[in-house]
Design a protein. Structure first.
Length: 237
């Protein structure tokens, strides 16, 4: 399941409505595994399935989008915080709009006190799913995050596999291997979040080279210009 930050409510509503139709584990002999992918501050227009003329390469994500589900008709409706990721990730976990969250103005009047028991991990746990999460630290709904049965969170924004977002991918692969070894038969929900491309935008040098980019650290000088660099979007100012 793929979506960008502007498609939060549609994604969560779809997930929870599907879960409502599943019922309890004993009621449904065959239920799908769900891989829920979230990136941090990624523009949807970087991907060809949202923007066919994008010059960026994302073959694995493109394949997942082609074989899975993409949401493109829902939008983030503003924020009561400069850190837009904070309300957006609460929206993801609760399925509620930005002004009806357990944080922010009027929370006591606009959000039921038992909402944490109706968040994504709580609903999937009750439905007999194994729930796993790997994502960045902070800017999220901790009450919901700690309900995942397996949790491997860390903020990884470096330029190596160990310090960058590849680390999150390794957590998912390790978890799937552990399930296979243990012959786990429960269906799974994996909440797979990346720490990139949020500032600082460090990346593996060999991947950046494809776009004429470098991990620039000199605050007193501009990074070098390279003809391979993608053109800036019209709204860059």
């Amino acid at each position: 399941m793929m979506f960008h930050r502007r498609s939060i409510i549609a994604a969560v509503a779809a997930v929870l409505s599907v879960m409502a139709s599943f019922g309890h584990a004993a009621d449904a002999p065959k239920r799908p595994n769900i891989l829920f992918i979230l990136v941090d501050d990624q523009s949807p227009f970087d991907f060809k399935f949202y923007n066919p003329v994008s010059t960026l390469h994302s073959p694995n994500i493109d394949r997942l989008a082609a074989e899975g589900m993409v949401f493109d008709g829902a939008y983030h409706m503003g924020s009561f915080s400069g850190a837009v990721c904070t309300p957006s990730r609460h929206m993801i976990m609760t399925g509620r709009t930005v002004w009806h969250l357990p944080i922010g103005p009027g929370a006591k009047d606009h959000c039921p006190p038992e909402i944490v028991q109706n968040t994504i991990p709580a609903v999937f746990n009750r439905a007999g799913y194994a729930t796993m999460r790997t994502c960045k630290m902070g800017n999220s709904y901790e009450g919901a995050n700690k309900l995942f049965t397996v949790r491997r969170d860390a903020t990884k924004r470096g330029d190596t596999d160990e310090t960058g977002s590849a680390w999150h991918g390794e957590q998912v692969l390790n978890y799937l291997h552990e399930r296979e070894t243990a012959k786990e038969t429960k269906p799974f929900l994996i909440y797979f979040g990346f720490s990139h491309p949020h500032d600082t935008r460090d990346g593996r040098p060999e991947l950046l080279e494809k776009y004429g980019a470098v991990n620039h650290t000199d605050k007193d000088a501009l990074p070098p210009v390279n003809p391979k660099q993608p053109a800036l979007p019209a709204n860059y100012l």
